[in-house]
Write a protein that binds this ligand. Structure first.
Ligand SMILES: C[S@@+](CC[C@H](N)C(=O)[O-])C[C@H]1O[C@@H](n2cnc3c(N)ncnc32)[C@H](O)[C@@H]1O
Length: 220
């Protein structure tokens, strides 16, 4: 089953140009004060920890953050979302090895790169798809934030219910000289609130995984 009304039908022919332009330009957007304060609030705990860091970006209600903390018990998991409303709906689990943080990842990723953080894993589950062709630059892989996401490194896992989003993400990763493995999720227990919702609706779910530490060279 398809997600609701995706208006773009195929991979945009100018996707590589858009992604390449972002890699060649310096991103000028100022860091938000709120995100900077949130980053500083967790910085000591993250930097004092010897545990591998896992970032769950755009974690929403943080079901996946809780799941990741229970799965990777030796890691420190950081769930980040900009929505106070979604974060307020988080239900605590038994695990003590995770932190929920309200921040805009456009800022958070740059702050983390500048601080020298190197997550072992990075999850981006069911990001907003922005399905209209004209909205492509709002999708993470075609946004000015993409080079920073790549620079942050780690094994990146992206999940979506829109096949084209997975296809375009894999194309953008290729432009960034990163590998990408794409697969369809089959009969797997849901790990996030949106994954649960989409499974209940019978949507096909797609995953793209890339080891960003295995990058060949910067795009020209
Ligand atoms: C479709 S929801 C998915 C939530 C969760 N990952 C899940 O699978 O249930 C997308 C989430 O991305 C968050 N988001 C969108 N843009 C963001 C940004 N710039 N910084 C942080 N969070 C963002 C939204 O607040 C929302 O919670």
């Amino acid at each position: 089953m398809k997600p609701e009304k995706p208006s773009q039908q195929g991979v945009r022919s100018d996707l590589a140009d858009i992604v390449g332009t972002h890699f060649r330009s310096e991103w000028q957007r100022p860091i938000g004060a709120h995100s900077a304060a949130a980053f500083e609030a967790v910085r000591d705990r993250v930097e004092a920890s010897a545990a591998p860091l896992i970032i769950d970006s755009c974690c929403g209600t943080g079901d996946s953050t809780r799941y990741l903390a229970a799965t990777f018990v030796d890691a420190l998991v950081l769930g980040v979302d900009k929505s106070a409303h979604r974060l307020a709906r988080h239900r605590d689990g038994d695990a003590q090895n995770y932190i929920m943080l309200r921040a805009d990842v456009n800022d958070f990723w740059r702050l983390a790169v500048d601080a020298g953080w190197r997550p072992a894993r990075h999850y981006l589950l069911y990001p907003n798809p922005y399905p209209k062709a004209a909205q492509i630059r709002k999708r993470w892989y075609a946004s000015p934030a993409f080079p920073t996401l790549i620079k942050l490194g780690g094994v990146l896992t992206v999940r979506t219910n829109w096949a084209l989003y997975a296809d375009e993400f894999a194309c953008a990763l290729a432009v960034a000289n990163c590998n990408a493995n794409r697969r369809i999720l089959v009969n797997e227990p849901p790990i996030s609130a949106f994954e649960t919702k989409y499974q209940e609706r019978g949507h096909d779910l797609f995953e793209v995984v890339s080891d960003l530490n295995d990058r060949r060279k910067a795009p020209q």
